[in-house]
Design a protein around this ligand. Structure first.
Ligand SMILES: [Zn+2]
Length: 198
C-alpha cells in the first residue's frame, strides 16, 4: 500500500509526486520542480513523513529545480537518476535552465545511478524502465498499477522530441516496447492530469 500526493510546479507547470509508504512513513519524491518548495516541507512535517529518495525522470530544469533545497533540508536524502541524467544535472546548458530566464541552475550529480530494473525502496517494490524519446536519458518508474512517466507520456498532448538528445524514432520505439505493459495502468505524467492508459 502507498499514497501519492501531487504538487503542481512553478514557473513551469510540471508535476511533482510524493509516494509515501504509510507503514513506515518513508517517501520518495519524484521530479521536484519548484525551487525552495516549502509546500513539500509542510507536507512532510504535517504527516510526519521522512523523504528518503528523490527520483528524477530526466535532467530538464522544470523537473529538478527543487533538488538543491531538498538536499539542503534533508542531508541524508539520496538522488536516484539514470547515468546520462546524472551527468547533465550540473550543466545549466544541458538541464536547459540557461535557456529559460537564464537561471544558472547547478545540481550535483545523483547518489544512485539506475537505468532499469526492479528495486525495493522504502519497502515498496518499484520497477524502473528506460523510456528514451523526449531525451535519451529518460526513465520511468512503476509501482503496482501506477506508472510515473516524466515527459515520456502526457495525456492528450504531443510529446516534445525536438529538444537536445530527443528523438521521435526512439520515442516511437519506447511506445511500441511498452504499449502492452502500460495498458490499464494509471499514468502519472510529468505535466497535467493522471489518466488510465488504453
Ligand atoms: Zn522535459
Amino acid at each position: 500500500m502507498f499514497t501519492v500526493q501531487k504538487f503542481e510546479n512553478t514557473p513551469i507547470d510540471s508535476v511533482t509526486y510524493i509516494i509515501t509508504n504509510p507503514e513506515n512513513n518513508l517517501a520518495i519524491v519524484i521530479d521536484p520542480g519548484t525551487e525552495n518548495d516549502d509546500r513539500l516541507l509542510d507536507y512532510f512535517e504535517k504527516n510526519a513523513v521522512i523523504p528518503k529518495f528523490i527520483f528524477l525522470t530526466h535532467e530538464h530544469f522544470d523537473h529538478i529545480l527543487g533538488v538543491n533545497y531538498l538536499r539542503s533540508q534533508f542531508p541524508e536524502i539520496e538522488v536516484i537518476a539514470s547515468d546520462k541524467t546524472s551527468e547533465r544535472l550540473p550543466n545549466p546548458k544541458k538541464n536547459l535552465a540557461i535557456f529559460h530566464n537564464q537561471i544558472n541552475l547547478v545540481v550535483q550529480q545523483a547518489d544512485i545511478l539506475i537505468n532499469e530494473g526492479k528495486f525495493s525502496w522504502i519497502n515498496l517494490n518499484f520497477e524502473v524502465f528506460r523510456t528514451p524519446g523526449h531525451t535519451d536519458s529518460s526513465i520511468s518508474i512503476s509501482l503496482e498499477n501506477s506508472f510515473f512517466s516524466g515527459d515520456f507520456l502526457l495525456q492528450g498532448s504531443r510529446i516534445v522530441t525536438n529538444l537536445p538528445t530527443g528523438s521521435k524514432k526512439q520515442y516511437q520505439e519506447s511506445i511500441e516496447k511498452y504499449d502492452h505493459l502500460l495498458k490499464g495502468l494509471t499514468i502519472y505524467p510529468g505535466h497535467g492530469e493522471s489518466y488510465i492508459y488504453e
